[in-house]
Every structure is written in structure tokens, then in C-alpha cells.
Design a protein around this ligand. Structure first.
Ligand code: RIB
Ligand code: CA
Length: 321
């Protein structure tokens, strides 16, 4: 029996590799791809998702969702991912169109009809928050929700305090983290350092000489240079693929624990900060490990603190060959 994933994405270059991993994994069926404004404007994100699905020979349904955050102005990251979000490769337009149905409706419909569905979010949480507001009961229907986002007790990448996906729409993130979804938060810290695709790794991927391998490197061309400018690190940063790797094989996360997570929505300097109570010092009786559907409890989220870089890269390579 294949695992079923719903993937919500602001499809740019690292998202595209994460989508490719799920679409090519033999044990996974991608039930739907829903697109949200983030790295690039919504329409570009939809195009990039369709281009990636077609590269993988997949006819998975792609749904367009929110074109801006719940209350704030849209923010993009074209400086990092290129004007097309795909390393300025300007791939040919996709053959397919997105579905007519809105992504929020698609999320609700998919989560109410499928059982044991796992959700992987790769962008701002606007679509998921809107779905939860319309239909709160879907939180209890999700087997696991892997969220690429946040900077647990560490530095952000868009401000000193916040990671991009949470910073773009902190109000949406607050709704999601308080919803009762069984969340595993995979923060930006994991994709840094040795987890980057280093020059030797890039040469190895190129040596596979498959369309998937060349796509992975080509579409992340601008991200590699932006990474050096942003954090002084060498290589291609792949936060979404590291999250997807953990979703595909949870054993890749080697250190995880449950904590209350609050999202800063009012801070002058800390908008979008994921305030993780690592020591569980905030003795709030609403915090609980196991969510009970009484609408009162705020379940702790599982935070992935460390992961196995070698296993992460081995899984990625296996899906690019
Ligand atoms: O902060 C990294 C995240 O923001 C990734 O999901 C990247 O694609 C961007 O959306
Ligand atoms: Ca993303």
C-alpha cells in the first residue's frame, strides 16, 4: 500500500526538487499539489509545479491557492531563486493547466476523502490555514504534517529571528501550529553546513546524467550564489528536499522532541519567529503531547533538531538516477 501525500508548495527551485523526490519515490502516491504565493507570485509557482510534474511524467492534479498572505502584502524571493524561481532557466511552458478548483477547497476535499494522508508543506502556510479555518475537523484527519519552516532556537534567513516561510505569513502559521495538526517542524537550520550540496556532490549528481539530475543542479544555479551571499556557505541549499527526505524516511531525523511552538505575529524585530519552548518552561496546561479534539489543547509540535546528512543525500541521489 503506497503512502499518500498532499504537498503544498510555493514552487521555486528547492521546492521543485522536493516535488521530484515525492513524485519519483516508489512507495508514495502524491494525491495533490497545492500552490501558494511565496518564493514567486502564484501563477509562476503553478507553472513551476506543472513543469516539474511533467518532467516526472506525472499527471498529478495541481491547484492554485492563495496569491497573498492572510493579512500582509505578498513577499517574494526572486533574488534567491531567479526571476522565474527556477534559476532563470526559463523552461518551456507546461502542456497542462491547473485544476479549476481552488487549492483550499482541494485541501479540504482531499483530507476529508482520503484516509491516512500525510501533508508536506514547503512554503508559507496560507492555504493550509484557510482550509483549517473553513474546516477545523481536517486537523484530526491528517496522519502527519511535515512543515518546512521555522528556526527553532536558532537564526533566521530573512531576519535574524525568522525563516522565510513563517515570516511571509505569520498569522497563517499561528493558525496551523494551534490547529491540532500532528506537526513535525523541519527548520532551516538543517539544510545548512554539510547538508548543502557541496561542489563534489554537484559533480556526483551531474555524473548521473539523467534529466532529473541536470534539472536539480540547473534550476538551483542562482540559489547556489545567493546562498554564498546570504550566509557565506558553499553549495546548493535544499531546505525543502531535506524536509521531503524526512517525510519520506522519518528515520533520517536523528534527534526530535515535542515542544510548544508559538509564532510571533506582533514583534517589531521578531515577526515570524518560531518561539520553541525547548525546555518546556512555559507551564501552560493547554500544552499536551496527545491532542484531544476538545478545541482547548494546543498540542506540542515535534521539532527535528538533527538529521543524518549522509542518509539525506543518499535518498536524494537514489531519486535522481
Ligand atoms: O526558508 C526556506 C524556505 O523558503 C524554502 O521553502 C524555500 O523554498 C522558501 O520557500
Ligand atoms: Ca519553498
Amino acid at each position: 500500500m503506497k503512502r499518500k501525500f498532499l504537498i503544498d508548495t510555493d514552487t521555486a527551485s528547492d521546492d521543485a526538487v522536493a516535488l521530484l523526490m515525492a513524485l519519483r519515490h516508489p512507495d508514495v502516491e502524491v494525491a495533490a499539489i497545492t500552490v501558494v504565493s511565496g518564493n514567486v507570485p502564484l501563477a509562476q509557482g503553478v507553472t513551476n509545479a506543472l513543469v516539474t510534474a511533467e518532467l516526472c511524467g506525472s499527471d498529478v492534479s495541481v491547484f492554485a491557492g492563495a496569491d497573498k498572505p492572510l493579512f500582509r502584502e505578498a513577499e517574494y524571493a526572486e533574488w534567491f531563486h531567479g526571476s522565474d524561481g527556477m534559476g532563470d532557466q526559463f523552461y518551456p511552458a507546461p502542456q497542462r493547466q491547473p485544476e479549476e478548483k481552488h487549492a483550499v477547497e482541494a485541501i479540504i476535499d482531499t483530507l476529508t476523502t482520503e484516509t491516512d494522508l500525510e501533508v508536506v508543506t514547503l512554503g508559507p502556510l496560507t492555504n493550509l490555514a484557510l482550509a483549517l479555518q473553513r474546516e477545523p475537523s481536517i486537523a484530526a484527519k491528517v496522519k502527519k504534517c511535515y512543515i518546512m519552516g521555522g528556526a527553532p532556537c536558532t537564526v533566521g534567513n530573512v531576519t535574524p529571528a525568522a525563516e522565510f516561510n513563517i515570516w511571509v505569513d505569520p498569522e497563517a502559521a499561528q493558525i496551523v501550529f494551534r490547529s491540532g495538526l500532528p506537526i513535525e517542524m523541519v527548520g532551516w537550520h538543517l539544510c545548512r553546513g554539510e547538508a548543502n550540496l557541496r561542489p563534489d556532490d554537484i559533480d556526483l549528481v551531474r555524473s548521473f546524467d539523467t534529466p532529473y539530475a541536470h534539472f536539480t543542479i540547473d534550476c538551483n544555479r542562482t540559489a547556489q550564489e545567493a546562498n554564498r551571499i546570504q550566509s557565506g556557505e558553499i553549495g546548493i541549499p535544499l531546505p525543502d528536499p531535506t524536509t521531503m527526505a524526512i517525510a519520506l524516511d522519518p528515520s533520517i531525523c536523528t534527534e526530535r522532541s515535542n515542544h510548544r511552538v508559538e509564532i510571533e505575529t506582533k514583534g517589531e524585530f521578531t515577526r515570524g519567529m518560531t518561539v520553541v519552548d525547548e525546555l518546556n518552561v512555559a507551564h501552560d496546561e493547554r500544552n499536551c503531547d496527545l491532542w484531544r479534539p476538545n478545541g482547548y489543547n494546543i498540542p506540542k509540535a515535534s521539532i527535528c533538531w538533527k538529521f543524518d546528512v549522509e542518509k539525506w543525500k543518499a535518498l536524494l541521489y537514489s531519486l535522481l538516477q
